[in-house]
Design a protein around this ligand. Structure first.
Ligand code: 13P
Length: 253
């Protein structure tokens, strides 16, 4: 089954509210022109309300970069799925390597968040990926497999493949300029799809989207997107500038 490409921007901890407004205004026409490509932008909590308001009723998918799996209560500093929905988010990044490495999010926590996002009606973009050491020592697949299995064990058996997205982001390629080769991206993403087929069958695995992230830029996106199992990009640095992000959206068409 044909999978719709997606180009997703992850702003990480960047942009003021004013900058978010300028970006929203500029990205809307690009998404309207994007033809068969889904355009998503994952913004900081402080910008989410306004960004989602400005992009409501447009093809731009407004998303958050994190949340906590409980709905309310004594969790100082956290934001819940109902809160994200309340301000207009439609998707959320889960288990980004920066959350896992800097904020110690475990596979178990990522799994709980994914389940909660799905139950709430948010599209989870579940991230996985290995460190340089894990790749060099041959432990890459064990790591990725554990990350994916934890999530798939936690979610319902009849999960609709259109309601979840995966992203393979090798940690050594994030923010380093050192992109995975198109073959390495295909190899890892192909393996993730193979694992999903083992766990959920061909119909699910053939329809679910898997993005690549890690130093994606306008110069390398075409080659990465040309790989059989790669359905799009999750982009940090090169998506901060809306014109550069627009070039990536164009290239994904
Ligand atoms: P860069 O595109 O800056 O390497 O970041 C990738 C990433 O982490 C997106 O989530």
């Amino acid at each position: 089954m044909a999978r719709k490409p997606m180009m997703a921007a992850n702003w990480k901890m960047n942009k003021t509210l004013r900058e978010a407004e300028d970006y929203a205004a500029a990205v809307i026409p690009k998404a309207e022109d994007a033809g068969g490509v889904d355009v998503a932008v994952f913004v900081p909590f402080t910008c989410l309300n306004e960004f989602a308001r400005m992009t409501a009723d447009t093809p731009v998918i407004a998303g958050a970069q994190n949340f906590y799996f409980e709905d309310s209560g004594a969790y100082t500093g956290e934001v819940s799925a109902p809160m994200l929905l309340d301000v207009g988010a439609r998707a959320v990044l889960i288990g980004h390597s920066e959350r896992r490495e800097i904020f110690f999010e475990s596979d178990e926590m990522v799994a709980k968040k994914t389940k909660r996002a799905l139950d709430a009606g948010l599209i989870p973009v579940v991230c996985c990926g290995e460190t340089k050491e894990e790749r060099d020592s041959g432990g890459m697949w064990d790591k990725i497999q554990a990350q994916i299995k934890a999530v798939m064990d936690a979610v319902d058996g009849d999960l609709d493949p259109e309601k979840i997205i995966f992203a393979y982001e090798p940690i050594w390629a994030i923010g380093t300029g050192d992109t995975a080769s198109p073959e390495d991206a295909q190899d890892a993403i192909g393996q993730v799809r193979g694992l999903l087929e083992e766990l959920r069958g061909e119909g699910f695995a053939g329809s679910v989207r898997i993005l690549y992230g890690g130093s994606v830029k306008p110069e390398n996106i075409a080659e990465i997107m040309s790989q059989r199992d790669v359905d799009g990009g999750l982009v940090g640095g090169a998506a901060l500038d809306v014109e550069s992000f627009g070039e990536l959206v164009e290239a994904a068409k």
